[in-house]
Design a protein around this ligand. Structure first.
Ligand SMILES: [Zn+2]
Length: 134
């Protein structure tokens, strides 16, 4: 569960928002809720597809950044097809992305699931951050 804080729209106090990504039957979703301790208001939100950009940093901080690597480089062409379909991007963008396919573990697991459906095996590798202090 990743977290960030925001201002409660009901009372103006600081509230904590919890959210996470999930894979349900091969589809990618995200959901979260905010619960204000001051006034008791609760907001829930969710969506289908990849996580909105502004929600990614806290998840990356919590579970680290991951990279998807094809086990067999001969699978590049069919893998590009899967990537284009999943991310709704151009062939050129898919090529650039596949060279360095990083993201949250759940997002990559979703892409990996798509690859597995066309018998492409891949591995998720945790990226080691080089500029980490301690
Ligand atoms: Zn409140």
């Amino acid at each position: 569960m990743a977290q960030y804080t925001q201002i409660c729209s009901s009372c103006g106090a600081t509230e904590i928002v919890n959210y996470r990504q999930h894979l349900i039957k091969g589809e990618l979703y995200w959901s979260g809720y905010a619960n204000c301790k001051s006034c008791g208001s609760t907001i829930e939100f969710d969506g289908q597809g990849d996580l909105p950009e502004e929600l990614k940093p806290a998840i990356l901080l919590e579970e680290g950044e991951w990279q998807l690597v094809l086990d067999d480089q001969n699978d590049v062409v069919p893998a590009l097809r899967v990537l284009r379909k999943r991310r709704q991007i151009s062939l050129q963008d898919a090529k650039a992305l596949l060279n360095d396919l990083r993201g949250t573990k759940t997002t990559l697991a979703w892409i990996q699931d798509g690859l597995r459906q066309v018998n492409i095996s891949s591995t998720l590798v945790r990226c080691v951050s080089e500029d980490k202090n301690g």
